[in-house]
Unconditional design. Structure first.
Length: 287
């Protein structure tokens, strides 16, 4: 089993909740901690714990992280999936700051994968605080896009944090919009969600319902694909590239740019077997 920390901004897009469900349903992974990032990290921590409760995994600690980007304003909006909480409290939400918990886990484990599903603020600050702790770690990052002129959300929310992480020299895999946009939950999968008797899927149905009231489209499985790549690299095609983050462009801030003449610093997902991934997700989570 691969030991993983999942760093998430659960509560806005639906894919974080769906990703946690996949991680908790995959025997290849041992989730040892969840950390939350950006904005109402308190609500995000409770939402993560709500998923853990459904999977009988309240033994997994959840820590609240950084609320605002390194150079930016704090977001105070209430995540749209917050009504799922029903005023519950969770004993597994720890007092320790997410940055400190990440460092503690890194120092404790001989090998650790950090799967990031949100802005990279927590990871950047942990690197700045204790770079040596990361010596036996790897990162699997949902973020970026190299084939289209667009700033992907997780990167553009905190470009400076992403730049710190990308320049860290750590082993990392980028799972960006180049592949995630090809992984959309089908109508048949949504029908399985609606009909499932499993309590975990019934909870996911509540999450999805709150999200679809606003967005009225099928979920794109950005974060679940990232979780899947952390334990099954066969579903994607990767290329070694040197990726940097544009920090100063008036119109391009947050873009991820490849520099062909520079030494590669990341494995970048450039292709995906979307059918294989969707079948994996359905079999692990929905049936």
């Amino acid at each position: 089993m691969k030991k993983v920390i999942i760093d998430t901004d659960i509560g806005d897009d639906i894919d974080d909740a769906l990703a946690l469900a996949l991680a908790l349903s995959s025997p290849e992974l041992e989730v040892i901690a969840i950390t939350t990032v950006y904005g109402r990290v308190d609500i995000r921590a409770k939402l993560a714990s709500r998923i853990l409760e459904a999977y009988n995994r309240l033994d997994i600690p959840v820590a609240m992280g950084v609320r605002r980007p390194l150079f930016g304003e704090e977001s105070t909006h209430i995540p749209n999936q917050a009504p799922v909480l029903e005023d519950k409290n969770f004993p597994n939400i720890v007092d320790k700051h997410a940055v400190d918990l990440i460092i503690e886990m890194l120092e404790r484990e001989k090998s650790l994968t950090i799967v990031t599903l949100g802005p990279l603020t927590n990871i950047a600050l942990a690197l700045l605080k204790n770079r040596d702790a990361f010596k036996n770690s790897e990162l699997v990052i949902m973020g970026g896009c190299i084939t289209r002129p667009v700033a992907e959300y997780n990167i553009k929310t905190d470009p400076e944090a992403a730049s710190i992480v990308f320049s860290s020299g750590l082993p990392m895999t980028l799972v960006g919009l180049d592949v995630t946009l090809k992984c959309v939950m089908t109508n048949e999968m949504l029908e399985l969600v609606n009909k499932s008797p499993k309590p975990q899927v019934k909870l996911l149905k509540k999450f999805i319902g709150l999200w679809m009231r606003i967005y009225k489209r099928n979920p794109i499985l950005h974060d679940p694909l990232t979780v899947a790549v952390s334990f099954n690299e066969e579903i994607v095609e990767k290329a070694r590239k040197h990726v940097v983050v544009e920090l100063h462009g008036k119109y391009t801030r947050g873009f991820t740019v490849t520099l062909p003449k520079e030494e590669p610093n990341a494995n970048v997902c450039i292709g995906v077997n979307s059918q294989q991934f969707l079948e994996l997700y359905e079999s692990r989570v929905l049936t």
